[in-house]
Design a binder for this molecule. Structure first.
Ligand code: TEU
Ligand code: CA
Length: 603
């Protein structure tokens, strides 16, 4: 018998072996499910420390003043050294950038300004080589109005894509100055970015819905074709090796197609009225069945309008929807209404974490975050960004984020203690939310300009979008261009990564030690949480207990030093970590300096 050629013998071997591996997988011993820890099913995304990258502001690699993907790849060692192990990448897709990428024109294409698909693949490979993972931003409540689906949809009422979006007739309005009848939007739904959530389109004389900008029309998830398109694009990125999704305003995907007017109460917090629609759970379960269940992925939903009580219905491990969500109660705890600002009230903030511990049991995982690209800088908002206390308070806040219960999410620059920006005039802002609000409130004379701008110094999203401060060279080393897309914070000469990495006592190196403590002490992941002194206006003292392992975290949320007697005569035994290099231990009274943060092992 003729000896089969190499190719044939290989094919033969494969023919024989391959089915085995597949058969093997079918018959292979089931992957051992790790034993429960304190009732929790141990999982990589529960033990993760996530770092959010806002690509436009992270690192420019080609001198056009705009951050990009090769820029991120060039800083992966910096992130690995910090100790984070999951990167959340804000939108990197093709977009006209009406809302900085949260308006997607093509879900399978990388934004030209950010680079190419090859650049993306190189970044992903670099992340995996460093034993880190990548989750990307899934923005499917709406698309860009330049997405081909919408370009088609607006062409005619019988276009095959018409039902991909929400089109409605206007309501007859009062006669215009010329006596001609006018049209009003289908209902009184407001947009999050000022004005009505409905836009009239003369081509077909109908209105389309956009909860956000006019250039962000909402997708109609009641159309099964829309859902299949979404599942297909999710599989496209997961098949490339992406490890999961942060899902943008995902509770808004199911609408009441009758679009009744909102009541005055609902108008006060229309985000709640838009969330949790009739088919939300059904669509999240369908998405899970069709996509997530087939991959080892992490999903976190940005859950605008979802209460803590409703949270287990989305993240409960018996619900097969999402792994975790962002509740906005803590990060918005010092907001008055949607836009005004008040200083942090510590008992209010602490009560939120106690409620989370009560409402979310071992089957409903949580997240911990106090900053992102939609909120101002953490040290300026919850800490004290004065020269004397910026560093200790930035470290204190990282101590809190990395020892509370739930997956921690750090935002780029917080590991350096970056601060809010000294905005002076409307021209300093890039954010569409600000520009629209300016037209709606200042140009109309409702709010004096100086009051409007002063408030934005505390609340604007652009505070967190100023470019990363890499060193003390021009533009903080973010770009070699003369002018970055958004001005660098002038304090980059003092606050920058180069100085922080080189300084053993920096916020960066302290955060790195914190992440190491969390990684080597499972109590900070799966341990029970207990607030020891909920009414104390200055001190946040809590324990994390896992079996016989118990740790105490004490945080002085004020610049006033205090001799703090531990509740219940608890004894702070061995010191694990402190942000002010204290040596105090084996005592029940702690002499805390301003913004002092300490972790102790206790009996
Ligand atoms: O944000 C939704 C959301 O919560 C914000 O709009 C928020 O209410 C507001 O900005 C507060 O100032 C997501 C994205 O994170 C955000 O960047 C997008 O602008 C928005 O959705 C639309 O995609
Ligand atoms: Ca660039």
């Amino acid at each position: 018998m003729k000896t089969p050629s190499l190719a044939t013998s290989f094919l033969l071997a494969f023919a024989v072996l391959a089915p085995v591996s597949m058969i093997q997988s079918e018959t292979a011993d089931p992957v051992p499910v790790p034993a429960l820890v304190n009732g929790y099913q141990p999982t990589w995304w529960k033990e993760a420390v996530v770092y959010q990258v806002y690509p436009r502001s992270f690192k420019d690699s080609n001198g056009d003043g705009i951050g990009d993907i090769p820029g991120i790849t060039s800083k992966l060692d910096y992130l690995q050294h910090l100790g984070v192990n999951v990167i959340w990448l804000s939108p990197h897709y093709d977009s006209p950038n009406a809302d900085n990428g949260y308006d997607i024109r093509d879900y399978r294409k990388v934004m030209a300004e950010f680079g190419t698909m090859a650049d993306f693949d190189t970044m992903l490979a670099g992340i995996k080589q460093r034993h880190m993972r990548l989750i990307i931003d899934l923005v499917v409540n709406h698309t860009s109005d330049e997405h081909r689906w919408f370009v088609e949809s607006r062409k005619s009422k019988d276009n095959p894509y018409r039902d991909f979006y929400f089109w409605r007739d206007g309501k007859p309005g009062p006669a215009g100055p010329d006596g001609k009848p006018t049209l009003l939007p289908p209902n009184n739904d407001p947009s999050f970015f000022s004005g009505s959530a409905w836009q009239f389109d003369p081509t077909t004389s109908q209105y389309y819905l956009h909860y956000f900008a006019v250039k962000q029309p909402d997708l109609n998830w009641d159309n099964a074709k829309v859902r299949e398109e979404v599942y297909s694009l999710m599989r496209f990125w997961l098949d490339k090796g992406v490890d999961g999704f942060r899902m943008d305003v995902i509770p808004l995907i199911s609408k009441n197609p009758a679009f009744p007017d909102l009541t005055p109460d609902q108008l006060h917090n229309y985000g709640n009225a838009y969330a949790n629609g009739p088919h939300m759970h059904e669509y999240l379960q369908e998405m899970n069945r069709n996509v997530m269940a087939k991959y080892d992925v992490m999903t976190v939903g940005e859950a605008l309008g979802i209460s803590l009580e409703q949270t287990p219905l989305i993240v409960g491990d018996d619900r097969h929807e999402l792994n975790m969500i962002f509740n906005f109660d803590a990060i918005r705890s010092n907001r008055v209404g949607r836009d005004d600002f008040k200083p942090t009230d510590l008992p209010t903030l602490k009560a939120i974490y106690t409620r989370h511990a009560e409402k979310l049991d071992a089957h409903s995982w949580d997240t911990v975050f106090l900053s992102n690209h939609d909120n101002p800088r953490i040290v300026s908002t919850f800490g004290d960004d004065s020269p004397e206390f910026r560093v200790p308070s930035a470290k204190l806040l990282e101590t809190m984020l990395l020892t509370l219960r739930g997956t921690p999410f750090l935002y780029q620059g917080d590991e350096l203690g970056m601060t809010n920006y000294p905005f002076k005039a409307i021209g300093d802002f890039d954010d569409i939310e600000v520009k629209n609000a300016y037209k709606a409130n200042v140009v109309t004379g409702k709010i004096p300009e100086d009051v409007f701008i002063a408030n934005l110094r505390h609340t604007s999203r652009d505070n967190s979008r100023t470019p990363m401060q890499w060193d003390s060279s021009a533009n903080g080393g973010f770009t070699t261009a003369l002018k970055p897309w958004l001005a660098e914070n002038p304090n980059y000469t003092q606050i920058n990564a180069a100085a922080e990495v080189a300084d053993p006592d920096s916020v960066y190196n302290y955060t790195s030690k914190l992440i190491a403590v969390r990684r080597t002490h499972q109590a900070f992941v799966y341990g029970d949480y207990k607030d020891l002194d909920p009414d104390n206006k200055a001190i946040f003292a809590y324990t994390r207990t896992l079996g016989t392992e118990r740790y105490l975290v004490v945080l002085n949320f004020s610049k006033i030093p205090v001799a703090y007697a531990l509740p219940g005569a608890l004894k702070a035994e061995s010191l694990i970590l402190s942000n002010l290099a204290t040596s105090e231990q084996n005592t029940s009274t702690l002499h805390l300096a301003g913004w002092d943060a300490r972790i102790y092992k206790v009996q």
